[in-house]
Every structure is written in C-alpha cells, then in structure tokens.
Design a protein around this ligand. Structure first.
Ligand code: CTP
Length: 394
C-alpha cells in the first residue's frame, strides 16, 4: 500500500479524477485529495471525500488543519504526488515555483516524486509558454505525461486531453516501482569535483567545478545497486547514500586513488582535473621577494591512463567541459584518450555550480544531444545507459 496525494486542478477533465481514485484504491493504495479553488467548479469535495474515504484538503488557511497536520507534513507523508488534471495554469505555477495556494505550496515543499497528467485546450497545450514550462518541469525531475489526442470538450481536436485514468494509474505504478538493482555486484569508479594544485603551503590553483554532476552520477549508480567508489576533489557536498568516498586534493593524489580503486566494471571520470601542477614552493612565498613566476609540470591524465592501461574497465566514460565547438572537441577527445564515451557539455554559461546541464553523449554509434536537464536527471539517464552497456538493453 502506497500513499498518494492527488491534486485535482480546475478543468473539465476533473471528473476523471473520480475514476482515477477508484482505480488507485482498487490497486490497494491510499489516496488523499487536494482540490484547487478552480477544481471546485468541476468536482465537489464531497465526491472526492466519498471515493477516497478521507478528508479533502482545499485551503492553506484552514487553521484547524495546520494544528492537526501542517502543509509540510501533508506533502511529506505521501509516497507520490499526482497532479491530475494538471491545467496550463497549474503547470505554469509549478514551473515558476509559486506557492500561492495549498496545491502549489505542497508541491514546493515536497521531497517526493511528482507525476503530472496535463489536460487543457489544444492551443493552450501547444503554446510556447506551456511547452517551455513542461521542458522546465521535466528538467526539474517532474514526470509530465503527454496528453492524449482527440476531440475536446471545447469542440476542437488535437493533443490536450487528460490521459485515460488507466494510463495515469499505470504511470503511478511506474513511478512507485522500486528501483531495479540492475548494477548489483558491479563496481563503478567515479571521479568528481575540481583538484587543488598548491602554489605554496597556503595557496593553490583551482577551478569552478562544484562536483554536483559527478556526485549525482555516483548516487544514481549506487541507487541501481552498484558498489561505487567516488574519488572526490575538494568539494562541500554530502556523500550520496551507498557510495564509498575517497577525498583527495591534487590531480596526482586523484590518480593514485583511482589506481588503488581498480579493478572496476566501469570508470566515469567527471572530475575537472587540473592539467598542470605548480612546482610548489616549500615555504609561503613573500611579497618582498618580487613578482613570482610559476614553473608548471604536466599532471598525469587519469582518464587516458585508465583507458589505455592494463585492467581497463569494460566501459570508460570521460567528460569534456568545453566553451566552444563542443561536439568537435569531444569527438577528438574520445579518440585521443581512447574513452568509450565522452559526455560533452558547454560550460560557457552557468553550468559550473548550476543545477542543470545540457550534454551531448558521444559514443562509437554517434552523437546524441540531450535536452537541458537537471543534473540529477542527467545522472539517472547516464546510470541507466551504463547499465544497458554493461548488461544489454532490458
Ligand atoms: N582528465 C583526467 N586527468 C587529467 C585531465 C583530464 O582524468 N589530468 C579527464 C577528466 O576527468 C574528463 C576528461 O579527462 O573526463 C576531459 O578532460 P579535459 O580537461 O577536458 O581534457 P584535456 O585532455 O585536458 O583537453 P583540453 O584541456 O585540451 O580540452
């Protein structure tokens, strides 16, 4: 039995929420409903309460409910939040992160997966603003179903109809399905973060890598059941659950930690490794000594060493952070370093340190360009692709 919080928005299709509740209850789930202000015009709280056999929540300002159960608790108690019908207005407010009624406040406060089943007029669905909001929501990790196509209540024809309750119930089961531990028994080696290259005992050269993409990938691989060794440069991120973390500072330490962590079934080198280190001063450099010049020496190329060395993992994945001619550089990098895949991204904007990433996956089969996605979503997709490559497509 799972607990589903169903947010019913204001559209003609709201009546189908009744059937959805019935189907979810039949599958053994507990359903608790939130009805938006607009939703009231299409379906009554009484109907939803009778079918869900629970109280229906309608307003943020119900002090009695806040005393009994705060809105934060309401959103956290669920295993899944379903928005059906998700109107154009609800999707827009979700994408913008508004919290101006009970439904959107719950959606902003939740830490649970969210599934949205859109329903609206065909032109509203096709409007550039709605499509932009859907792209944003998907990048944020919300599962937005594609509406059905057909005759609409308003007399027009096209995509915008609420998916049938059976299809929404099936999507609910998918969203609730426990992760299949496809990588159980496999060892994944991930590098992440920047490196710090000392200049003297108190100064260092660094780069802007936050480590977030690499940490998300390590977490996604662990969520698929893999044993994950994460060799991390200096970052302030929490270790994802189930990941063994080795902290290092310099590229040379990272190279040693990687060598020590082998063998692995796959190596995913996400770290922004400094190409050079400074031939560092043993004492703090003093201003009075004149303007210093730095002698640089090349760092080991960890990715190339792993890809070309003995005991090569079956799959070696590199990253290529580029500021121009992204795919062209990535193709060259893949050949030069002998990586199986290169995940290329354009870091000329605010990718470094940001939440989203637009990547191109360069493999022997060609180049795949992914939409701008949350780093977490990029990580989940990549982890599934790594599992496909090691085990074959399910
Ligand atoms: N990498 C590595 N060790 C290094 C440098 C890079 O393992 N010393 C890995 C990174 O983790 C990443 C990939 O190589 O997976 C790409 O790194 P990048 O710095 O873009 O490649 P370079 O060979 O340094 O190419 P350039 O600086 O000319 O773009």
């Amino acid at each position: 039995m799972k607990r589903i919080l169903l947010i019913v928005g204001g559209g003609i299709a709201a009546y189908k929420a009744a059937e959805l509740i019935r189907l979810l209850k039949k599958r053994g789930h507990a359903v608790r409903c939130v009805l938006t202000e607009a939703g009231h015009h299409f379906v009554t709280p009484m109907t939803l309460a009778a079918l869900s056999e629970d109280k229906v929540y309608t307003t943020l300002w119900d002090l009695k409910d806040e005393a009994e159960m705060g809105h934060i608790q309401l959103s956290r108690e669920a295993d899944l939040i379903v928005v059906a019908p998700a109107t154009a207005d609800l999707l827009a407010r979700m994408a913008a992160g508004l919290a101006n009624d009970l439904a959107t406040t719950l959606l902003l406060a939740t830490d649970k997966p969210v599934l949205a089943a859109p329903a609206m007029n065909v032109r509203m669905w096709g409007h550039v603003a709605t499509q932009r909001n859907v792209v944003q929501l998907r990048a944020d990790g919300v599962t937005v179903m594609t509406p059905d196509e057909g005759a609409m209540a308003c007399g027009e024809f096209g995509p915008g109809r609420l998916p049938e309750p059976e299809a929404i119930a099936a999507a609910v089961e998918d969203a609730l399905a426990p992760a299949v531990l496809r990588l159980a028994g496999r060892h994944m080696l991930v590098t992440a973060g920047p490196t710090h290259e000392p200049i003297d005992p108190v100064r260092y050269i660094a780069n802007r890598s936050s480590g977030r993409q690499g940490f998300a990938i390590a977490g996604a691989l662990a969520a698929l059941g893999a044993r994950v060794t994460l060799v991390a440069g200096p970052v302030t991120l929490a270790t994802p659950p189930g990941v063994d973390r080795v902290d290092v500072e310099t590229a040379r330490q990272m190279a040693d930690a990687v060598a020590a962590a082998l063998p692995a079934d796959a190596a995913i080198m996400v770290a922004a490794v400094a190409d050079w280190h400074v031939v560092a001063a043993s004492q703090k450099m003093k201003k009075g000594d004149g303007t210093p010049t730095f002698a640089l020496a090349e760092n080991p190329d960890i990715l190339a060493t792993v890809a070309q060395g003995p005991g090569r993992p079956r799959l070696v994945v590199g990253f290529a952070a580029e500021t121009e001619r992204v795919v062209e550089h990535a193709l060259a990098k893949r050949a030069r370093k002998q990586a199986d895949w290169i995940v290329a991204n354009d870091v000329s904007g605010d990718v470094m340190g940001g939440d989203t990433n637009t990547v191109h996956l360069v493999t022997a089969a060609g180049v795949e360009s992914w939409d701008r996605l949350a780093k977490q979503v990029v990580a989940d997709r990549l982890a599934q692709r790594i599992a496909d490559a090691l085990l074959g497509t399910p």
